[in-house]
Design a protein. Structure first.
Length: 141
């Protein structure tokens, strides 16, 4: 009987440890309460959009990024308690592109104006040159 109780205690402790590890390994996504629209220069293709997106996703509080290469705009949904729009523009500049804040709006206003959820902005397609390279790479044996 004591052996069975010992086994139950070990199993319960193992379950608690596994649940604890899972709880600490989960990364909570930022919820956007504001949207910053940046005027960005120096972008020429989808690779530029990828570099900007990667740089911004490293910032705590950034929920989503949409890069419009052709229009020279970067739209960022972010948590205003965790990151400021000035820091967002600085991240784009540090990634090698000119950037300035055009507009900052609330998530509610952005949703009303565009119908899009600022926490889940649709990625932009980039340019034809990058799409061509990707399709050519897919054809290689």
């Amino acid at each position: 009987m004591a052996k069975r109780q010992w086994l139950n205690v070990v199993l319960v402790l193992a379950a608690v440890v596994v649940v604890g590890i899972c709880a600490f390994s989960v990364r909570l996504e930022a919820a956007a309460d504001r949207v910053a629209v940046l005027k960005t220069t120096g972008m020429t293709c989808g690779a530029c959009a990828g570099r900007i997106t990667t740089a911004l996703k490293r910032e705590k509080g950034v929920a989503s990024v949409k890069v419009d290469v052709d229009g020279g705009r970067v739209i960022v949904g972010y948590d205003s308690k965790k990151v400021a729009p000035e820091r967002i523009a600085t991240s784009v500049t540090e990634a090698g592109y000119g950037s300035s804040i055009l507009q900052v709006v609330s998530a509610v206003d952005y949703r009303r104006q565009t119908g899009s959820n600022p926490s889940r902005l649709e990625p932009s397609g980039g340019c034809a040159c990058c799409a061509t390279k990707r399709s050519e790479e897919g054809k290689k044996p």
